[in-house]
Design a protein around this ligand. Structure first.
Ligand SMILES: Nc1ncnc2c1ncn2[C@@H]1O[C@H](COP(=O)(O)OP(=O)(O)O)[C@@H](O)[C@H]1O
Ligand SMILES: [Mg+2]
Length: 248
């Protein structure tokens, strides 16, 4: 089959920290333009899986392919240039720089561009996330929703084909969460493939076409959101932990 139909394909990914197997034989393949949610308890290895996909952490085993091309041996910088972008669980803007400068740095380093060539990408990313009017503000002065918008801006400014979102919906009001969801949906509509780790399940389920469940470093379920949310595996993990999820 044509592997390039998959934006991202991982097979048998493994990561150990000392004696602890944090990622155990995780495999999945996501078609281009699709959106997959990842759920699972704290410590399940969700963020580590992102680190293995972005290349910030080297896998102890397994392979990663981006649109059919093996990138397992590529470092984080090379993977970014090939089109993998992420947002962090704890937003990591340069607080002393302006919003525009943050977008510019992302576009410059994420795509290996000169500053002049990066400018249009930074501007377009700010426009699409609604941050253009705050371009001259210091990033450190932004409120929570705008900090999340800036995370998305910095990711989009790298012109990604694959966007990894790590718990970006937490802490928002309902209205703010709706704005964030609409923004993520618009990124999806532009053709970017998305993998989204999220505990705010009602937000996640508005966006994703499939869900993967991780527990103790292992993939324990994957499939259509409705079926996964009703599966015994998910009930066992979430029962009593997050009252909000009991209704999903
Ligand atoms: N750099 C590291 N060194 C040692 N242990 C780590 C490191 N990063 C993560 N871990 C451990 O790996 C497990 C999975 O962590 P993480 O991937 O952050 O989980 P999640 O994002 O699902 O909450 C946890 O037990 C965590 O303590
Ligand atoms: Mg995490």
């Amino acid at each position: 089959m044509d592997r390039s139909a998959f934006a991202i394909e991982a097979t048998g990914l493994k990561k150990n920290y000392g004696a602890v197997q944090v990622t155990r034989d995780v495999s999945f393949a996501l078609p281009s333009g699709a959106a997959m949610g990842i759920i699972g308890p704290n410590g399940a290895g969700k963020t580590t899986l992102f680190n293995l996909l972005t290349g910030t952490v080297r896998a102890d085993g397994g392979t990663v392919r981006l649109v059919g091309q093996y990138i397992t041996a590529a470092g984080a910088r090379a993977r970014s240039a090939l089109g993998i972008a992420r947002s962090f669980q704890v937003p990591q803007p340069f607080g002393g720089l302006t919003v525009f400068e943050n977008a510019l740095v992302a576009a410059t380093f994420g795509q290996n561009l000169s500053e002049a060539a990066a400018r249009p990408f930074a501007m377009e990313a700010l426009r699409s996330t609604g941050l253009l009017s705050k371009a001259t503000k210091r990033a450190g002065e932004l409120g929570l929703l705008d900090r999340k918008r800036l995370e998305l801006t910095r990711a989009i400014a790298t012109a990604p084909r694959l966007l990894l979102l790590d718990e970006i919906a937490g802490g928002l009001t309902d209205a703010e969460c709706t704005e964030l969801i609409d923004l993520i949906l618009s990124i999806k509509a532009s053709g970017v493939t998305i993998i989204w780790i999220e505990h705010v399940l009602h937000a996640l389920l508005r966006v994703v076409d499939r869900v993967m469940v991780l527990d103790f470093g292992q993939k324990i379920a994957e499939g259509e959101p409705e079926a996964i949310m009703q599966s015994p595996e998910v009930s066992a993990i979430y029962l009593g932990l997050e009252p909000e999820t009991a209704h999903v």
